[in-house]
Ligand binder design. Structure first.
Ligand code: ATP
Length: 503
């Protein structure tokens, strides 16, 4: 698993997807830059989301609010008081951990034991092996699973009750039961606020303390009435936005999974009080359907319903994805009640109510939110797509099987040789295609090597121009995943690509 993940990270660098920020200065921890291909992939994921959420729903509109907001916003939202991570230091190693993540590391160790049992049983039973049944009935596996559930339940309860002493106790017990850090010398658990602070204004006494927003949602809440009125929106309706968010994450690791600066794609859906259960279920389903539409494999997703709820929620679930390091949160769906709008009413003294013409009454709407990290989605797509394939002739190829709609480059145009007018014809084809798609020209090396390069880059089509092309205006078009080649008229190329890559 770890090796797979290393491959993902080095492939992302080698093919111009993701670089460490400020690399020439030895990098900045947990901050990343998206390179020539990464920027395109990210843009395509953003557009895929925006199209599904805004363009295809006539009751959802977009917003692009500022990163800086009035500081009272973060008091009202609860972030000043409650946006904390529980931290614990190991006195021997001087390493700092997020207490909840550390506990998850212990449960991951137990999960690894389950995986081992599965592999063993798979070998023993061969084709007759029924994994689902095994997981449900094997006493050892069931025991491990119960152990995990008990640990997580206890963690959830202690965090909810702010019982930080018990969180420390739990870690100490776990370290004895399944040693992980190799040291039992811990400090107490302390709460640490995750917001980045900065100052607005130049002079010391007039400067105002600001925060970089830790989520995009609040920009939607404070604009709720402006958008509702000017857009003449009727409940139920949604406001969607994509933008940067910042969190001073302590345990920032796992590549772009957990960064200090990242992008969120959030949608707040405003509804009648009392209808939240129904809309919560609807959005859980709709969001899962969106994920499945990309074809990364249904077995790689699962819901995780929260028992421990944030201060603003009356129901919450994660859509978890099978990353190279296991199932982890990719998206959250939260029933936020009227917490945010109600709180902004109190703090601002302005009414944030909606007049419902059907009920003939005013109320503070309830909210169901869908919130997904763009960078996490990038990692999900990228890691899932990277495969090593054994070929018939005993060689292997590395292919980045990105969904064609998301691929940065849709086609590469390759003249078979660098002479006889083939480059010129290739260029003509590019000049026609580039109005519709990103296309790339490549004339270096043997054509087989060029195919491999495009496979590894995730380009769904290679269009090869040869001598026959000059005579009959046809080319070969090679499909990345099947490696099949067809001879087609140059005039048909555009339509063939459109069919596969259009959103
Ligand atoms: P986690 O438990 O992993 O810290 P969270 O529950 O705090 O995440 P939310 O506040 O619900 O996350 O944010 C919504 C989404 O934003 C998450 O599902 C995730 O995809 C993304 N996200 C949150 N924090 C980060 C981060 N530090 N880096 C990248 N993406 C993030």
């Amino acid at each position: 698993q770890e090796d797979d993940f290393k491959k993902v990270i080095s492939h992302a660098k080698e093919y111009g997807y993701v670089f460490q920020s400020s690399e020439i200065y030895d990098g900045l921890s947990a901050v990343y830059d998206y390179a020539q291909n990464g920027a395109e992939l990210k843009k395509n994921i953003r557009e895929y989301w925006w199209k599904a959420m805004v363009q295809l729903n006539d009751n959802i509109v977009g917003l692009d609010s500022a990163i800086f907001m009035h500081p009272t916003v973060w008091k009202a939202s609860g972030h000043v008081d409650a946006f904390n991570d529980p931290l614990i230091d190991n006195k021997d190693s001087k390493k700092r951990y997020r207490a909840d993540v550390l506990v998850e590391d212990y449960t991951a160790k137990i999960e690894a034991k389950i995986d081992k049992e599965v592999t063993k049983a798979e070998k023993r039973f061969g084709n007759a092996f029924d994994k689902k049944q095994f997981l449900e009935t094997n006493p050892r596996v069931v025991g491990y699973q119960e152990q995990i559930n008990t640990i997580l339940k206890r963690l959830g309860k202690s965090l909810e009750n702010e019982d930080l002493v018990d969180v420390k106790n739990l870690i100490e017990e776990l370290e004895i039961a399944c040693p992980l850090s190799g040291s039992r010398n811990w400090t107490d658990v302390k709460q640490f606020n995750l917001m980045f602070g900065t100052k607005l204004g130049a002079s010391a006494d007039s400067a105002m303390d600001l925060y970089l927003r830790p989520e995009t949602a609040q920009g939607i809440f404070v604009n709720f009435l402006n958008v509702q009125k000017t857009g003449r929106m009727k409940i139920p309706f949604g406001i969607a936005q994509v933008g940067k968010a910042f969190r001073n994450e302590i345990v920032a690791r796992q590549f772009i999974f957990r960064q200090r600066e990242f992008e969120q794609m959030e949608m707040q859906f405003f509804i009648r009080p009392g209808s939240q259960k129904e809309w919560y279920e609807t959005w859980k389903e709709k969001r899962m359907a969106w994920h499945l539409s990309l074809g990364l494999g249904a077995e790689n997703y699962r819901f995780h319903d929260h028992e421990k709820l944030a201060h603003y929620a009356d129901a919450a679930a994660d859509i978890e994805f099978k990353f190279p390091f296991g199932f982890k949160e990719l998206e959250g769906i939260h029933s936020r009640t009227d917490f945010d709008l109600g709180s902004h009413e109190k703090f601002s003294g302005k009414k944030l109510q909606y007049f419902d013409p059907e009920l003939n009454e005013s109320y503070v709407p309830y909210v169901v939110e869908t919130s997904i990290g763009l960078d996490r989605m990038f990692l999900a797509v990228f890691s899932n797509s990277l495969v090593e394939e054994e070929l018939d002739n005993n060689t292997t190829r590395t292919v980045l099987k990105l969904p064609a709609v998301l691929a940065p480059m849709k086609a590469a145009v390759l003249p078979l040789v660098k002479k006889d007018g083939l480059p010129e014809l290739a260029q003509e084809i590019i000049d026609d295609l580039k109005w519709d798609f990103n296309v790339v020209y490549d004339e270096k090396d043997a054509v087989g090597r060029r195919y491999r390069r495009q496979d590894a880059n995730g380009t769904p089509f290679c269009i090869t121009v040869d001598h026959q092309s000059l005579e009959d205006k046809t080319v070969t078009i090679r499909h990345r995943d099947t490696m099949e080649q067809q001879r087609v008229a140059i005039a048909d190329v555009k339509a063939i690509i459109h069919k596969e890559v259009d959103m």
